[in-house]
Design a binder for this molecule. Structure first.
Ligand code: SAH
Length: 242
């Protein structure tokens, strides 16, 4: 292999509640979304995680597998700039990069044995279900925490934090879903409060279009009413086992 060509294979895959790209938060820790990384069997020796419990947070390096074959763009529309102005690919966290590599800091919830392999539990993911993970490293605050770091885009547009309301007739369905996924309420609020609509529609305080979001096995519909996100539909994709 030449010094200019590398081959990287996944060390495992992550299971997350996000079954499609729409509505996945744009960065980690914006939603308390849980993920479980299933390590490749030949790497599943508990020794690989020795000492991991000493770190509250971890870096995940992964491949944007769903979009990696679409090529890359030298500049991208920046959602935080209202979706009109562009930023250079290396000045952004765009998924359309020359190498489709993503990185996210997540909370370490510990590892456990899973069948004949190992499972590492994390929280705060912004990854699609099934994303290939290429590396896991501890987040080390003494070096990674940059106290005087600034992000000058922060002044343009904060991430929305809208009120999320549920149509009353959906309460019973949610009640059933909660038995299987105790974090469903939190996830729904975290994800929808950020207003997953395209940036140019954020100023519409009343938007009758029904947007659909896939979380776990649920197909969820929402619209926007008086500036609040209103969940109008909540359906299991497949029958719920209670
Ligand atoms: N924190 C990462 C990712 C930022 S982009 C980084 O900075 O590198 C986050 C977006 O990536 C999500 O909103 C989702 O739309 C997209 N995404 C997540 N997993 C993906 C995957 N496996 N393939 C393609 N896109 C993905």
């Amino acid at each position: 292999m030449s010094a200019n060509q590398f081959s990287v294979s996944p060390i495992g895959h992550i299971k997350t509640p996000f079954k499609q790209k729409f509505a996945i938060p744009r960065q980690p820790n914006l939603a308390k979304a849980k993920g479980a990384i299933f390590l490749r069997e030949d790497l599943s020796d508990p020794v690989v995680f020795k000492g991991l419990e000493g770190f509250t947070h971890l870096w995940l390096l992964f491949v944007f597998h769903q979009t990696k074959d679409n090529g890359w763009k030298p500049a991208v529309k920046a959602p935080r700039l209202g979706g009109n102005q562009t930023m250079g690919v290396f000045a952004s966290r765009s998924t359309h990069r020359p190498n489709a590599i993503g990185m996210s800091v997540v909370k370490n919830l510990g590892w456990e044995k899973y069948e004949s392999g190992l499972q590492l539990n994390v929280e705060g993911v912004d990854l699609l279900d099934g994303t290939p993970i290429v590396d896991i490293k501890p987040y080390v605050p003494y070096a990674d925490k940059v106290i005087d770091a600034e992000d000058n885009l922060a002044s343009y547009g904060a991430i929305p934090k809208k009120q999320v309301l549920l149509e009353p007739h959906l309460a019973e369905l949610l009640n059933v879903a909660r038995k299987k996924h105790p974090d469903i309420d939190q996830l729904l609020v975290d994800v929808l409060a950020q207003d997953p609509r395209p940036a140019y529609r954020h100023k519409l305080d009343n938007d009758d279009k029904i947007y659909r979001v896939a979380l776990y096995e649920y197909d969820i519909g929402f619209k926007v009413e008086n500036g609040s996100i209103k969940v109008v539909d909540f359906r299991p994709d497949k029958p719920l086992s209670v």
